[in-house]
Design a protein around this ligand. Structure first.
Ligand SMILES: Nc1ncnc2c1ncn2[C@@H]1O[C@H](COP(=O)(O)OP(=O)(O)O)[C@@H](O)[C@H]1O
Ligand SMILES: [Mg+2]
Length: 158
C-alpha cells in the first residue's frame, strides 16, 4: 500500500486539484471517496467530470444513486450510497458498470458495493481541518492504484 497527503484550502482549489487528477485518468480506475458530509467529495467528482468535458446523463430517472457521465472516449460513474446498506444495493444495476473495464468509477460512501469491485483501488479520505481547509489522504491498494497515486502526486505539485 502507498499513501500520500494533499491539502486544499478552498472549493476552487479542490476543483483545480480534481482537474489535475483528470489529466492522469486513463479509464479503469476505481476511486473511493470517504469523509463526512460537506467534506468536498462531490465537489471533487464534479471537478473531475468537468475537466474531462463530460456531460451527465442520468442512468434512469429514478436512479439517483449512480450518475453516468460520458463522451466518445471516457465513461465516468459517480456513485453515492449514503445511508444504504449492502442488501439495498443488490440488483440495482451496478453489473453493467462493473463489466465495463474502461469505466472510471468514483464512489462516495462505497462500502455497500466495495465487495463487488476489484480490490485494486485508490481511497481518498477527506478530513475537515477547520474553515475551508481539507486534508485529503490517499491510499493505494494494488499496482494500478499505486501507479495512479504516484502520477497524482506528480501532477498535483505542478
Ligand atoms: N476546500 C474545499 N474543498 C471542497 N469544498 C469546500 C472546501 N471548502 C469549503 N467547501 C464547501 O464545502 C461543501 C462541500 O460539499 P460536497 O462536495 O457536497 O461535500 P460531500 O460530497 O463530501 O458531502 C461545498 O459547499 C463547498 O463549497
Ligand atoms: Mg457528496
Amino acid at each position: 500500500m502507498k499513501t500520500a497527503t494533499l491539502l486544499t484550502c478552498s472549493r476552487a482549489q479542490t476543483t483545480a486539484l480534481a482537474g489535475r487528477f483528470a489529466q492522469v485518468l486513463k479509464g479503469g480506475e476505481i476511486i473511493f471517496l470517504r469523509g463526512p458530509i460537506g467534506a468536498g467529495k462531490t465537489v471533487f467528482v464534479k471537478g473531475v467530470a468537468a475537466a474531462l468535458g463530460l456531460k451527465s446523463s442520468p442512468v434512469s430517472a429514478s436512479f439517483s444513486l449512480m450518475k453516468e457521465y460520458k463522451n466518445k472516449h471516457v465513461k465516468l460513474f459517480h456513485i453515492d450510497l449514503f445511508r444504504l446498506s449492502e442488501g439495498e444495493v443488490f440488483n440495482l444495476g451496478f453489473e453493467e458498470m462493473l463489466e465495463d473495464e474502461r469505466a472510471i468509477i468514483l464512489a462516495e460512501w462505497p462500502d455497500p458495493i466495495a465487495q463487488m469491485l476489484p480490490a485494486d483501488r485508490l481511497e481518498m479520505d477527506f478530513i475537515l481541518r477547520g474553515g475551508d481547509e481539507r486534508e485529503i489522504k490517499l491510499s493505494a491498494f494494488g499496482r494500478v492504484s499505486e501507479h495512479l497515486l504516484e502520477e497524482l502526486c506528480r501532477v498535483s505539485k505542478m
